[in-house]
Design a protein around this ligand. Structure first.
Ligand SMILES: C[S@@+](CC[C@H](N)C(=O)[O-])C[C@H]1O[C@@H](n2cnc3c(N)ncnc32)[C@H](O)[C@@H]1O
Length: 207
């Protein structure tokens, strides 16, 4: 997992596009399908801190093509997300934006925050958490993904408790994965061995 100034060099951007993005796609796809977050399909998906668009695209694809809007503060990421949506045949838009204040989402839609909350300074993360809980309370689906490492997200348990108050759940997952060949080669080259993938999620489903 990349943290902090994850996209500040060409090498890191390449690693994100080729390696972390696809891993996030696989993790999101498995979590979405296991939770049943693909049905009924969200009428729209807002992917906050969308990066290359991978995780949100996985949700949109699993749901049969929900329209998706990605937001990211990094111009490179916005362009990558547009490319991702286009290549995957999704109706998608991506905008340069900070996620300090979320645009309105209609009931029936979903909001995803994948591997992004841990990157935010505390006041901004708290504000986003409040907005996600408020949206969930209004019947909007919310899906948060983060790495399982406790140190990365010390706020996890308190946010998970709030998620439960609005009818949601939190889970820790371990999935067997068969990485596509290029990803497997990169994985090995990085000294990793992703035969299993771990991720944790918070999810509030449709009311
Ligand atoms: C680790 S990446 C995750 C990207 C994507 N969600 C995924 O799962 O692959 C975190 C992303 O959040 C974006 N980000 C971080 N802080 C942000 C902020 N305040 N506003 C908008 N985007 C932000 C970064 O630019 C980066 O693209």
């Amino acid at each position: 997992m990349m943290r902090g100034a994850a996209l500040d060099s060409a090498g890191k951007r390449a690693a994100f596009a080729l390696f972390y993005g696809p891993l996030h796609f696989l993790a999101a796809d498995r979590v979405v399908r296991t939770l049943g977050a693909d049905a009924p399909p969200p009428s729209s998906i807002l992917d906050v801190g969308c990066g290359t668009g991978a995780a949100g695209a996985a949700w949109a694809l699993a749901a049969g093509g929900s329209p998706i809007t990605g937001l990211d503060r990094h111009r490179w990421a916005v362009n990558e997300a547009r490319w991702t949506y286009c290549q995957l045949g999704l109706r998608g838009r991506a905008h340069l934006a900070t996620i300090a204040r979320l645009p309105p989402t209609r009931v029936g839609g979903g909001i995803m925050a994948a591997y992004v909350l841990n990157e935010l300074p505390d006041p901004m993360r708290t504000r986003l958490e409040d907005q996600l809980i408020e949206a969930a309370g209004r019947g909007i689906r919310v899906l948060v993904l983060e790495p399982v490492a406790r140190a990365v997200a010390p706020w996890w348990d308190s946010m998970a408790a709030r998620v439960r108050t609005v009818g949601g759940r939190s889970d820790e997952w371990r999935f067997a994965v068969d990485l596509p060949p290029l990803l497997r080669r990169l994985d090995r080259a990085a000294g990793l061995d992703h035969r299993e993938m771990t991720v944790r999620s918070m999810y509030v489903g449709p009311t």
